[in-house]
Design a protein around this ligand. Structure first.
Ligand code: R5P
Length: 317
């Protein structure tokens, strides 16, 4: 695109936006996000964006409602300031777990949130490891859906874990796990999980062989930590030699840190789509940055080049 490229950030994950701009060798645009006395979000773009190709980074991680509101207000402000094109860069897309009506009288939250982003004035969306890939179809604008696999698989390739089996902590993650198994030239196993409630899960069975193996449990997110730590305990009890946990999005809510601390694992590897507060940092919790990956995708979008090329390569932080 001939228009100038400008990158802005809301307050959800400014360090990631800064890291991304470092890779792009670009100054992060000036926008202020404050509060009105009654708590309403107030945003102001502090520089000219007329005719610009604007990218605004704002994962809708907790506090989800505040971050979402900031995102749509920023998009509205860019639209009214005559930006030529606005790309919502949402590395973690919240409300994604309610993506269908699986019982009566419930909303399809992921669709509503998609509508809000489009209605606000976004021209395109760039996201990373959506909880459900079909959410792309909720937008009637182009969506570029990236995967953290180029970053995470590079890390595990370098660890060179012997007799590696990639394990999906539930059937829903099996497609993701299969992708990693293929990339890492490893075996695949699947945990048959039953969700008892929002916070409690139960392991029923493991499909595949983990005895004596190096196990990499991979999921899109660690929320309460129940799914992945139960799976870790199960494969450990079944004789796995060493167990690693990995996920793109480190929500780490509720009791997650206590569960991870007690889990029989060598290390937990996540990315920086969601900022990790100091209280949740641990020596065996490694955070890999997706800044370079996002930066490269943004450049390619700006220059109208293929983004899917990025999927095939391994990528440094
Ligand atoms: C399942 O649908 C997801 O892929 C994750 O396994 C799940 O959302 C993680 O949640 P929690 O950490 O609370 O078990």
């Amino acid at each position: 695109m001939a228009n100038s490229m400008k990158v802005f950030s809301g307050t959800a994950n400014r360090p990631l936006a800064e890291r991304m701009c470092e890779h792009l060798n670009l100054r992060l645009g000036e926008a202020s996000v404050t509060r009105f006395p009654d708590g309403e979000v107030r945003v102001k773009i502090e520089e000219d964006v007329r005719g610009a190709d604007v990218f605004v980074l704002q994962p809708t991680c907790p506090p989800v409602n505040d971050n979402l509101m900031e995102l749509v207000l920023l998009i509205d402000a860019f639209k009214r300031a005559s930006a030529e094109r606005i790309t919502a860069v949402v590395p973690y897309f919240g409300y994604a777990r309610q993506d269908r009506k699986d019982e009566g009288r419930v909303p399809i939250s992921a669709k509503l949130v998609s509508n809000m982003i489009v209605q606000a004035g976004a021209s395109r969306v760039l996201c990373l490891d959506l909880h459900a890939a079909q959410i792309q179809g909720f937008f009637d604008i182009p969506v570029d859906h990236l995967y953290a696999a180029p970053v995470l698989s590079r890390y595990f390739r370098r660890l060179d874990i012997k007799d590696l089996v990639v394990v999906a902590p539930d059937v829903g993650s099996s497609r993701l796990a299969r992708g990693y198994a293929k990339r890492l030239n490893a075996g695949l196993a699947i945990v048959d999980k039953r969700r008892v409630s929002d916070r409690v899960t139960e392991v029923m069975n493991v499909i595949g062989d983990v005895k004596g193996k190096g196990v990499l449990l991979i999921d899109d997110m660690i929320s309460t930590g129940s799914s992945i730590t139960q799976a870790a305990k199960t494969v450990h009890d079944l004789g796995a030699k060493e167990v690693y946990l990995a996920a793109t999005h480190a929500l780490l809510c509720g009791n997650a840190m206590a569960l991870l601390d007690a889990a029989p694992v060598e290390a937990v590897v996540v990315t920086d789509t969601i900022p990790l507060p100091e209280a949740k940092q641990r020596p065996n919790l490694r955070v890999l940055s997706v800044a370079r990956l996002l930066g490269e995708a943004i450049l390619r979008i700006h220059h109208a080049e293929s983004v899917s090329r990025l999927f095939q390569m391994d990528m440094d932080e």
